[in-house]
Design a protein around this ligand. Structure first.
Ligand SMILES: Cc1cc2nc3c(=O)[nH]c(=O)nc-3n(C[C@H](O)[C@H](O)[C@H](O)COP(=O)(O)OP(=O)(O)OC[C@H]3O[C@@H](n4cnc5c(N)ncnc54)[C@H](O)[C@@H]3O)c2cc1C
Ligand code: FES
Length: 279
């Protein structure tokens, strides 16, 4: 039987981290082995007593004390109420859920493309690459509407020391790069074609990035997206998170691009994927 009872989660600290976004430090009381085995790209359900429950991704994963961080953008009732919570508040936690990013750091260059808050689910992957002896193997293109809309300020400052990290803006100030992440793909491909793309952001950006990478020779089974859908149970019971015949809470939120197209009943205008390599 599925146990959907939230466990106790302590709010340690929160600070502003981008327009309408805050960075939360949290601690799971008595973390379980499954919490410590959480993977970058997985998500958890946060309960605010008397308000409700919502899914969020881990920015940093739970450590042995159960401490982890999350980036939350103000959207509506629950997120606003969460912003109003003081340090020391006791919240609820369920997780980890879903499938994280495939971690194929086997000497192959990776490309991360993120838009807005979509940088948060990719933080674990970037952090891992920046700490390992292969940081140059991962390149990031991060797009935001303007610099005030960027998130993960402290993390970006650190990553920029070790990784090729392109920042681009819809409304660029003088000296900043202008345009969507797509405009900067050629620069990354010219430096060495990536073996895989991990992408998170608004769905149109993810689809456009995937297609642009296909056009540049990357195969559909080397492209991964992370999807957001309305979620209630996160246990594959309520059906709120359907993507075709798939439950995003169970099978996602990360999907290989060829599988994503298949679930949508579409095919890529660019190419068909050869047999799967990674799952
Ligand atoms: C797997 C997953 C991971 C997520 N990770 C994060 C994260 O790390 N940080 C973060 O800030 N948010 C994340 N979200 C989104 C977050 O769950 C919603 O913003 C939150 O549920 C909004 O709750 P609310 O009560 O404040 O707003 P509501 O009043 O429920 O909604 C406000 C507005 O946001 C829209 N909305 C709410 N939830 C979603 C959704 N899932 N997809 C699309 N639109 C939605 C509503 O339609 C409405 O227009 C994630 C969602 C999923 C499915
Ligand atoms: S959220 Fe209920 S089935 Fe996915």
């Amino acid at each position: 039987m599925i146990d959907s009872t939230p466990r106790r989660l302590h709010l340690l600290e929160q600070y502003e981290d981008g327009e309408d976004s805050r960075h939360f430090s949290l601690r799971i009381e008595q973390p379980a082995a499954s919490d410590l085995a959480a993977k970058a790209g997985q998500f958890f359900m946060l309960t605010l007593p008397g308000v409700g429950e919502a899914p969020f991704t881990y920015v940093s994963l739970p450590d042995a004390q159960g401490c982890f961080t999350a980036l939350v953008r103000r959207a509506g009732r629950l997120t606003q109420a969460l912003f109003d919570q003081p340090a020391g508040s006791v919240l609820g936690y369920r997780g980890p859920f879903g499938h994280g990013w495939p971690l194929f750091f086997n000497a192959q260059p990776l490309l991360v493309v993120a838009g807005g808050c979509g940088l948060a689910p990719l933080a674990g992957v970037i952090e891992q690459a920046s700490r390992q002896a292969m940081p140059a193997r991962l390149s990031v293109i991060y797009g935001a509407r303007h610099s005030g809309a960027q998130v993960l300020g402290r993390e970006r400052a650190r990553w920029q020391q070790t990784l090729p990290f392109i920042e681009t803006f819809d409304q660029a100030a003088p000296g900043q790069r202008q345009g969507t992440p797509l405009l900067h793909l050629d620069e990354v491909f010219a430096a060495g074609p990536p073996a895989a793309l991990l992408c998170c952001g608004p769905e149109p950006l993810m689809r456009a990035s995937a297609e642009a990478c296909l056009q540049r020779g990357l195969r559909a089974d080397r492209i991964w997206l992370s999807l957001e859908r309305r979620m209630h149970c996160a246990d594959g019971l309520c059906g709120h998170c359907y993507l075709g015949s798939s439950y995003v809470c169970q099978d996602g939120p990360t999907y290989r691009y060829d599988r994503y197209l298949q679930l949508l009943g579409r095919s890529s205008p660019i190419s068909q994927a050869p047999p799967a390599l990674f799952c």
